[in-house]
Design a protein around this ligand. Structure first.
Ligand SMILES: [Zn+2]
Length: 315
């Protein structure tokens, strides 16, 4: 729904002050301006908007189709961050670019542990947290502290929106009831979605898949897909020809039918692995907005479940 914000704001500006918000009735308290929130991803932005509704104005620092390894922040975004009351982030090593951005903004409240910092990973039971990884390059996104792609289990949205609700209510105590009501409405849609998605993927439980990047363990665990290997030998690291050849042989031998890729995956590499292994590649979208039909958090799963079910249904 936020997609329509920009055109509306433009027409309001063109039409002049008559189109502005109506003045509050005499004696009524004026509603405070929308709370300014920065989120690192479009998924977090979508969840903050579900809870905050019209009482928040949220910007995502990363775009929807970004590769989390490479983010370029523009000066305008730093200015916007400085004005934000709250910075909502995935945490772990998902945002290796963020420390520099927060330091540039120079607002101590947004630094890790500050009153305006919300690390959502603290509320989640992480997967792959036992995997020790070398961190030779501090900027690499290597899942060194557990897998950070936890927003891709829709059940995790319960804990995520609970954390967002608590923080928004701390910043705007008088609006706690409105935030809580928004969250309840979202959770009702989420429950309906979970029933729908589980039903759609039920025939394919136990399907074995290879992923390009380890983005999907939460999604796979929720819906019964078994991820048997990743094309990247270590998250963020491309495979060597030797590891690739060995993987293709293993896929063929164990009849893995499915490769799950992202929009920014290497297309020629995918074609090669698919052709040599006999598996079918499906591109799932890891974030809200990465496809025009995935405009909010619920739609993200509608799109991905449909793509996956379509790929598995075809002979
Ligand atoms: Zn990752």
């Amino acid at each position: 729904m936020r997609r329509f914000l920009a055109p509306l704001a433009l027409s309001a500006a063109l039409a002049g002050p008559a189109w502005g918000a109506a003045p509050p009735p005499a004696g009524a308290p004026e509603r405070p301006a929308a709370l300014q929130v920065a989120a690192t991803t479009t998924d977090l932005k979508a969840l903050v908007e579900e809870v905050g509704g019209e009482r928040v104005q949220v910007e995502s620092l990363a775009g929807a189709t970004h590769d989390p390894h490479a983010i370029e922040i523009k000066p305008g975004q730093i200015a916007r961050l400085k004005r934000s009351a709250l910075l909502v982030r995935i945490g772990l090593d998902h945002e290796p670019w963020l420390a520099r951005v927060v330091a540039t903004a120079g607002e101590a409240r947004l630094a890790p542990g500050g009153p305006g910092d919300l690390d959502v990973s603290k509320t989640i039971a992480l997967l792959q947290s036992e995997t020790p990884r070398l961190r030779a390059d501090r900027r690499a996104h290597v899942h060194a502290f557990g897998n950070p792609h936890y927003w891709l289990d829709p059940e995790n949205a319960r804990a995520m929106t609970a954390a967002i609700l608590e923080r928004l209510a701390r910043l705007r105590p008088e609006e706690r009831a409105a935030f809580a009501a928004n969250r309840e409405r979202f959770l009702a849609r989420l429950d309906a979605g979970l029933a729908r998605w589980t039903r759609a993927l039920a025939p394919y439980r136990g399907t074995r898949a290879v992923v390009v990047h380890e983005s999907w363990p939460y999604f796979a665990e929720r819906f019964g897909i078994a991820i048997v290997a990743a094309i990247e030998p270590t998250p963020g690291v491309p495979p060597s020809p030797a590891t690739l050849a060995e993987l293709e042989q293993r896929m063929k031998a164990s009849r893995v039918r499915l490769i799950i890729a992202e929009p920014y995956s290497d297309a020629s590499l995918l074609r090669q692995v698919a052709a040599r292994s006999g598996a079918r590649a499906v591109t799932l979208i890891p974030s809200v907005g990465a496809d025009p039909s995935a405009g909010d958090y619920i739609a993200l799963f509608d799109v991905n479940v449909k793509r996956l079910a379509d790929a598995l249904a075809s002979p």
